[in-house]
Design a protein around this ligand. Structure first.
Ligand code: ASP
Length: 427
């Protein structure tokens, strides 16, 4: 029998998950059965992906950097990566602002719906506000301080410390470049082998991906709030989804124009990672697969992928920044506020920074949205308005987040001469 391509089997798993979820919501014991007997397999699947994220970053980044031979290459690649990341994020926020100003989804929210939503989700919104407050209380340079761990073993024990581990791996890699080759060789060989093992583990985990996403989506459906709320927020969701789609087209154009890669090839290469991003709502959990797809199916050299993608997963969140722009203006509209051009411009700034600061886990974009709202003088209580529908939208923006990272890795590879002509089918 012909083997079904991975993205189709994952998609099939997702569709079946949704269907089973819907069926099990129709009788009373259903949701509990899914929560107790199906959801755990989804959790195990996400845990397995997260489990290898840290070793993957350590192994591949140390190897990638030490292969560079010369430190100036690193700063060249670093400069380009950060530069392109910032440009794509600003483009995303602008697209979001144009969409939300053109469609005006907040205007159609009735006073009654607004009150209902606020009462229903006030406490959830307050929880997010409290987390955001902790981040706001720290000084402006806290992000920089947080970058440098004081204990690498401690740093690797927490998935939220990805940037610290990246910092250590880069630092260690630089050290390896600076010592004589006969001394660095055994260390490099070790990380080389280590890396191979991790990549193999990703292949093994992906074998069960269709079952993993099935469990995740079935659980999500039985736990989701009522459809009525979704309907009230339909216009908002639509505005955001259109904005994200435009951003997706923007990436396709970018890679077509600069990398000469056909959209179909790009989508085929990255689709499994996109589907996982959708199912897990986490760029960090998807990272191992994004890396594998970009290297093995789109031909980005490991040196580039191992540098650009882990950094991108944590700081480049175009879907999230677009969402923050749309959500902020939507809430303002729902409260009958008119935002002037200056305030909207400040949203470009704060949404860009807030998306950089957002962690690559489900719901993180919403925490950082609090900061965008506060800066623009929009009532933070408005968070309650969008709470009900945040998870499905989080799934969509995570897809764009990882697609942006993958596109930028292709661009950086192209600009640094590290693009193996679309991987001539290593696989
Ligand atoms: N879930 C998103 C991600 O992991 C972040 C967000 O909440 O926007 O990329």
């Amino acid at each position: 029998m012909k083997k079904i391509p991975l993205h189709w089997s994952i998609l099939l798993g997702m569709i079946l998950g949704v269907l089973v979820g819907i069926i099990f919501t129709t009788f009373e014991a259903g949701p509990k059965i899914i929560s107790h007997w199906v959801k755990p397999f989804g959790t195990i699947f996400i845990n397995a992906l997260k489990l290898i994220a840290m070793p993957l970053i350590l192994g591949s980044l140390i190897k990638g950097v030490s292969d560079l031979k010369d430190i100036s290459k690193l700063s060249q690649m670093g400069g380009r990566t950060i530069g392109i990341y910032i440009i794509t994020t600003v483009v995303a926020v602008m697209i979001g602002l144009v969409m939300v100003n053109a469609i005006k989804p907040g205007v159609s929210i009735s006073e009654e719906t607004r009150q209902d939503l606020i009462t229903a989700y006030q406490s959830d919104a307050e929880e997010k506000q409290a987390i955001a407050q902790q981040q706001k209380d720290a000084g402006p340079l806290q992000a920089l301080v947080d970058l440098v761990p004081n204990n690498i073993f401690k740093a690797t024990t927490e998935n939220g410390n990805m940037l610290q581990v990246i910092f250590f791996a880069l630092f260690f890699g630089v050290g390896l470049i600076l010592i004589p080759a006969e001394k660095s060789k055994p260390v490099k060989d070790f990380f080389d082998g280590f890396n191979e093992v991790i990549l193999r583990l990703i292949d093994l985990i992906m074998l069960v991906a269709p079952y993993g996403v099935f469990a995740l989506l079935a659980a999500l459906i039985v736990e989701s709030p009522s459809l009525d709320l979704f309907r009230a927020l339909g216009m908002y969701a639509m505005t955001l989804v259109i904005g994200l789609a435009v951003m997706g087209i923007f990436y396709l154009l970018l890679v077509r124009l600069f990398v000469k890669l056909k959209p179909k090839k790009f989508i085929e290469g990255i689709a499994p990672a996109q589907l996982l991003a959708f199912s897990t709502s986490s760029s960090a959990a998807t990272l191992p697969v994004t890396m594998e797809r970009v290297e093995e199916h789109l031909g980005v050299d490991e040196e580039v992928a191992s540098f650009v993608l882990p950094i991108g997963a944590t700081i480049n969140m175009d879907g999230t920044s677009l969402y923050q722009a749309v959500a902020a203006v939507f809430i303002a509209q729902a409260f009958g506020m008119d935002l002037d051009a200056g305030t909207q411009l400040s949203i470009v700034m704060t949404a860009t920074l807030a998306s950089i600061g957002a962690a690559a886990v489900p719901g993180a974009g919403m925490v950082m949205l609090v900061i965008v709202l506060a800066q623009a003088g929009i009532p933070e209580a408005g968070l309650a308005l969008i709470f009900a529908i945040d998870r499905p939208l989080d799934m969509c923006r995570t897809v764009i987040n990882i697609t942006g990272d993958a596109s930028v890795s292709l661009l950086v590879a192209k600009f640094t001469g590290k693009l193996d002509k679309y991987s001539k089918g290593k696989k």
